[in-house]
Design a protein around this ligand. Structure first.
Ligand SMILES: *Cc1c(COP(=O)(O)O)cnc(C)c1O
Length: 423
């Protein structure tokens, strides 16, 4: 088994036999020619796997899917058009109206509204709990529960999820544990190693790494038993594929293949092969960038900690951080790029700080090679009411940095001059 740094560069690619192209070619095609009517019939009936139409599969996307699945230590992957599509599919693949999900409330803003609003309208109830105590996942378990959900590094409060403890509770309850690993990537944490069943990543962030392309990817560990009686969609015939039973036909590949041939076929958020190509360019340096992001962020967190204009700092890599114990277990190679802190002077000082930065870009994204900054109360989390924001740990003074891979001395200089403007 190759190591992550090698998989990031080579995983999933075999050199194209026709052209010998060293780079992964961009297969910018919508459809693929059948050998014969018999071949076409087999492909459509899923008796034989092969390319039909790029909404469902594409050779460039296939390299990306294999590479990320290898990095995560999973069995198979499915690329989709965004991280949000990946999160939505991860649930829609197993839950029907009337079913319930139990999720951490420490969530990316888009996932929060997906769970609290859109899935609710579809009849899927998501119970949002405080995941800093894993036992809280037990609270709402019943026979309608279909999955547990959480983020490796709660976004944006930066709580490290105790994946192993939550996975035990999920499995005792007969449901899979879905983990969004976007903030850490498999370079810093592989949730499957700690018992997670499904890992979701937004490719838009660190994986692509350069702020050029939106994408998402679901990886299945292949370990969960879909025949335990709670998941009829896997064990009863699908009339749209001649009565195929996914768990019987595909075994440990059932979850990803069902998401591909059913959800992607019918709902259609396919990743463009060009975006898959750009994401593959980013992945080649993922291991190098995550190391630098983490080293720079730790230096920035230490700098902020000592600064007189800063009231508090949250970074799991700091010795006295409330998440440090969990970070030592789950993020031993670095605690990623995200740093949260409070500026003395509240909302107005936070706004002044952001507007005074020169190197940092003020925008709603994370994981770019460039340093980024956002004020959640006025942007990403403005849709929450003030009580929900406080419950989620996001006061008006809260600033979130996504520390880039620039020279760290330039990063801290920029922060220092902007903090000086707040007094
Ligand atoms: C950005 C993000 C998403 C959504 O990804 P998109 O590619 O923007 O749709 C989901 N989860 C986390 C943790 C994110 O940071």
């Amino acid at each position: 088994m190759q190591r992550p740094g090698t998989i990031a560069v080579h995983g999933g690619q075999s050199v194209d036999p026709t052209t010998k192209a060293r780079a992964v070619p961009i297969y910018q095609t919508t459809s693929y020619v059948f050998d014969s009517t018999e071949h076409a019939a087999k492909l459509f009936g899923l008796q034989e796997m092969g390319n039909i139409y790029t909404r469902i599969m594409n050779p460039t996307n296939d390299v990306l899917e294999q590479r990320v699945a290898l990095l995560e230590g999973g069995k198979a992957g499915l690329a989709v058009a965004s991280g949000q599509a990946a999160n939505a599919f991860s649930i829609l693949n197993i839950a029907r109206p009337g079913d319930e999900i139990i999720s951490s409330s420490q969530l990316y803003g888009g996932t929060y509204t997906l769970f609290s609003s859109t899935l609710a309208k579809m009849g899927i109830k998501v119970h949002l709990i405080d995941s800093t105590d894993p036992n809280n996942y037990n609270e709402y378990v019943n026979d309608k529960t279909k999955a547990f959900f959480g983020e490796t590094l709660g976004n944006p409060t930066l709580d490290v999820l105790d994946i192993e403890s939550v996975a035990h509770i999920a499995h005792d309850s007969g449901v899979p544990f879905i983990v969004d690993g976007t903030a850490t990537t498999p370079i810093l944490c592989r949730p499957i190693d700690f018992g997670a069943d499904i890992v979701v990543n937004s490719l838009t962030k660190f994986m692509g790494g350069h702020g050029t392309s939106i994408g998402g990817l679901i990886v299945d560990a292949g370990n969960f038993d879909w025949t335990n009686g709670k998941f009829p969609d896997f064990t009863t015939p699908d009339p749209t594929y001649n009565g195929l039973v996914y768990a019987e036909a595909f075994g440990e590949l059932a979850y990803i293949l069902k998401a591909r041939v059913h959800l992607l076929r019918d709902i259609g958020p396919a990743l463009s092969p060009f975006n898959a190509f750009l994401t593959l360019q980013g992945l080649e340096s993922l291991h190098v960038r995550m190391e630098r992001h983490s080293a720079n962020a730790l230096a920035v967190a230490r700098f902020l900690k000592e600064h007189e204009r800063v009231s508090w700092v949250s970074y799991p890599g700091l010795d006295n951080d409330r998440s440090h114990r969990l970070a030592q277990k789950y993020l031993p190679n670095g605690a990623s790029a995200l740093v949260g802190f409070g500026v003395k002077g509240g909302y107005d000082a936070a706004v002044k700080f952001i507007e005074s930065l020169k190197l940092f870009s003020h925008l709603a994204n994370i994981g770019d090679a460039k340093s980024l900054v956002v004020h959640p109360a006025s942007t990403t989390h403005q849709q929450m009411n003030p009580e929900e924001r406080v419950a989620a740990g996001l006061g008006d003074d809260f600033i979130r940095l996504s520390v880039g891979i620039e020279d760290v001395a330039d990063i801290t200089e920029d922060i220092d001059q902007a903090l000086a403007c707040t007094s």
